[in-house]
Design a protein around this ligand. Sequence first.
Ligand code: MTE
Length: 320
Amino acid sequence: MLVRSRRAWELPESEVTPEGVYLRRRELLAGLAAGPALLAAACGPASAVEEEPIAPELYPAPRNDTYQVDRPPTAEKDATTYNNFYEFGSHKQIWKDAQALRLRPWAVTIDGLVEQPMTLDAEELIRKMPIEERVYRLRCVEAWSMTVPWSGFPLRALIDLARPLGDAKYLKMTTFMAPDVAFGQKQPWYPWPYVEGLTLAEARHDLAFIATGIYGKPLPRQNGAPLRLAVPWKYGFKSIKSIVRFELAVERPKSFWEIIQGGEYGFWANVNPEVPHPRWSQATEKVLGSGDVVPTLLYNGYAAEVASLYEGLDGESLFM
Ligand code: MTE
């Protein structure tokens, strides 16, 4: 059994986990006589992989000061040891198990409605991109937040490589599948692989960033190496980790959490303190590391930059 102590900023897992998953998991676990074997498969330790970091010469990258955050950065230790990465389990200390993820080779495919579909190795892709550092806020739907210096490149630069066709409206992104090392992926009550989506307009927005590094170093596995999304005006679950595929599409993709519980985790998921989660308020957030509770801001403080993306979409659930 997993025993852990709760840190000040955590919500109990039963509150955070979508009710459907929580109840279904309990039922499944209760019904399975082979409890110890299943738990070992689901939570068993994995050994760390020794590998050269991806493109280490790119870090620290030059800082782009266009986006400022009026909060001190979160301590590196907190941002890299308190993580959500359900592929490695639903607890927050997945950073140890995530070390088993192999990053070489790592094929990244850009396809769908594009002129130039392609598959290339992550390191080759990253070396083609204009790498810079940006400090962004991250607001998790669980009501905790952090401020971190990401290194990476605008998502738009990756999309432009493949040249989207005129009828492409959405970008679907997919995380790796590797249940041999990511034991969470052996849990059948989740719809693996993790998928997220943006409109093409969102994906082309200057703030939409692909992070390949953090704190002036290559991205650690637990934060989504070798490349993950950072869309700071949306709840953190939109910022999909360890991406293997970018697909341009006409249809709006259904994301991992939307499939699980669409009434709690929608497609848009823009941060809004006035729209509560069905089971808790989103008015405030606990600042990771300090335990301070501060007011949450509309679009997580990026309203001036992104509000215009949503003009004329009044019928949509933009904040869920
Ligand atoms: N991406 C994948 N593939 N799997 C996940 O479980 N969790 C999301 C997001 N991206 C998640 C993911 C959630 S809920 C949050 S809050 C952020 O990653 C956390 O990012 P961090 O661990 O780097 O702070």
